[in-house]
Ligand binder design. Structure first.
Ligand SMILES: [Zn+2]
Ligand SMILES: [Zn+2]
Length: 439
């Protein structure tokens, strides 16, 4: 009975509760909990101790005392009492410090916290002080134990199983809606709620709104006279207009906005719109009706921003939306020239830019925050139309990422070729719209 001998030796060394004794033999016999393993061993040791004691062996009484004191065994206590011997049990399990006794209580607190959230799947993760696992490792090394299980594993499984029985939700090891982190030693329970990702396209129908919230440069968001106490450079943004009704519907704590590129504040986004994904942190409600969200958004944004093609997506789609920036784009621009534009000039523009490769150094307007490097983007097609003698509307189909304003002005020669040099006069972009993907 090597196993019983080992169990006896373990108990002689340290006080161990049923769970912690049983866990040292977790890989032996299928279909038992560690608590049951521990209980059975203490039962067998009590039987053996009593047998020896009845045969008059002092060793037997000592074994009963060990199982009672260090194994917290009621059975051993009663057996000893029957012989007129009373012993006092030790106070704490050497490994779990009696925290396995709190499983039910921890589970109940967790279920209470979970009740605030809508979720289908969960996973319990356990943290324990580092000393605890070291203690168990040392014990196993000393007694050459090869059938043990990790304490965090057992706690996670036991608490998880009880949560399932109360909530009827499912454990998901890969992508749980809620990851529950419990530290039974400090009673800390925290919920890591998987964010909600909603993809769609937005159209920005007015100028003067930035894509994302722009924190005030002077006060860094605290609020000052420069930003009239708002902490922001602009009162609203595409992100905030989309986020507001979404936060209300999901009761999330915050949002993050991911878009396929960004337009300037003074550019509209028309046509089929720009792809985006909005991430809602800690949503309490996950199953929202996107149709209702869209309706609410349309009301609150008062026609400044519209959304379409809404769908709930997985986190993996984030990478894709970022690469969509590289997709071809169509811009509509209105250019103001210093001189009157002739038919010959219009021809120059059209022929000079269609099927051309534009070489751009980082625009001087963003040079203070970006590295100076060469960017090459292709223009596929250009359409031109004179609106007034010095005013021309251009439709430009090009690779995503082309700096349009610099294409017009030339940025002191940093963009080549450019609209200004093609007609040999200075040119300025006065209106810019992102149109979608087709001319
Ligand atoms: Zn224990
Ligand atoms: Zn400010």
């Amino acid at each position: 009975m090597k196993i019983l001998k080992t169990a006896e030796a373990l108990l002689k060394e340290h006080a161990l509760c049923d769970y912690c004794l049983g866990r040292q033999f977790a890989l032996l016999a299928h279909g038992l909990t560690n608590q049951e393993r521990g209980k059975v061993m203490k039962l067998l040791l009590t039987l053996e101790g009593d047998r020896l004691a009845l045969e008059g062996s002092e060793e037997g009484t000592n074994l009963l005392i060990t199982v009672a004191r260090k194994g917290f065994s009621n059975l051993a206590l009663k057996t000893l009492e029957n012989k007129g011997i009373t012993v006092k049990t030790e106070e704490r399990c050497h490994l779990c410090e009696n925290n396995f006794n709190k499983i039910k209580e921890l589970m109940e607190k967790t279920v209470e916290k979970l009740a605030e959230y809508e979720y289908k799947t969960f996973l319990v993760g356990i943290t324990v002080p580092p000393g605890i696992e070291n203690r168990e490792d040392e014990l196993r090394a000393k007694f050459n134990i090869k059938w043990g299980e990790n304490i965090r594993n057992e706690l996670s499984r036991e608490i998880g199983r009880q949560i399932v029985s109360i909530t009827q939700k499912t454990v998901d090891y890969k992508k749980p809606d809620v990851l529950i982190i419990i530290n039974p030693f400090t009673d800390n329970i925290s919920l890591n709620v998987r964010p909600l990702f909603i993809a769609g396209r937005y159209r920005k129908l007015v100028r003067g709104i930035p894509q994302s919230k722009w924190i005030c440069k002077k006060c860094e968001g605290v609020g000052c006279t420069h930003c009239k106490g708002t902490g922001k450079m602009y009162p609203e943004s595409v992100e905030e207009l989309i986020a507001a009704p979404l936060l209300e519907m999901t009761e999330g704590t915050d949002t993050r906005f991911h878009a396929a590129g960004r337009e300037d504040i003074d550019a509209r986004v028309l046509g089929s719109g720009r792809p985006f994904i909005i991430e809602v942190k800690k949503p309490k409600t996950r199953n929202i009706k996107l149709r209702i969200f869209r309706k609410k958004m349309t009301q609150t944004a008062e026609g400044k921003v519209e959304v379409s093609k809404l769908r709930i997506v997985s986190k993996e789609k984030l990478k894709k939306v970022k690469t969509e920036e590289k997709v071809d784009k169509v811009y509509r621009v209105v250019v103001e020239f210093e001189k009157k534009i002739s038919d010959e000039d219009l021809k120059q523009l059209k022929e000079g830019l269609t099927d051309s490769l534009i070489r751009q150094l980082t625009p001087s307007r963003v040079l203070h925050r970006r590295v100076d490097k060469m960017r090459k983007r292709r223009i596929f097609k250009v359409k031109v139309k004179r609106l007034k003698p010095r005013l021309v509307e251009m439709l430009i189909r090009c690779q995503g990422g082309l700096y349009i304003k610099e294409l017009i002005s030339g940025d002191q020669g940093r963009t080549d070729p450019n609209v200004s040099s093609l007609v040999d006069t200075s040119a300025k972009c006065v209106e810019i719209d992102v149109m979608g993907v087709k001319i």
